[in-house]
Design a protein around this ligand. Sequence first.
Ligand code: SME
Length: 158
Amino acid sequence: MTDYALLTEQITALTADCPWALANLANAAAALYWSMDGINWAGFYLLRQGKLVLGPFQGKTACTVIEPERGVCGAAFRQDRVMNVPDVHQFPGHIACDSASNSELVIPLHDGAGKRVAVLDIDSTGYSRFSPEDEEGLTRLARELEKRIRWEDLNCGD
Ligand code: SME
């Protein structure tokens, strides 16, 4: 399993001296993608004008705009909770960006005021790829990362 404490440290180091939010999210997406087995997509959707808009990612091209009513990303955002979906084909409204994806983990991200501003989305070709330990490690990582991003620079928000 990925050492999420180490990965969190690596992402913290990568973002520590860089004030630019876009660069930091881009490096975070790359670090996540290349540190985990069986992953075919890792990246961010950013809240803009009430919709989730594609941000930095690694993987195949993806849908650019997700309505908050739709998909696993929309559900995680709307309910402000982590969605760990073992079989995306069983998830009503799942958006199949890459037909190879079979399981998915989505974590809502917040600005300094606690407002939801984005989601981290990680897809896998495997079923049930994300164990409770993966979910916990990645959620902790996300809680650290969200503190290091200057969300206001990305014009995230309603
Ligand atoms: N599958 C997601 C859409 C984004 S892609 O996986 C990159 C969803 O259902 O929200």
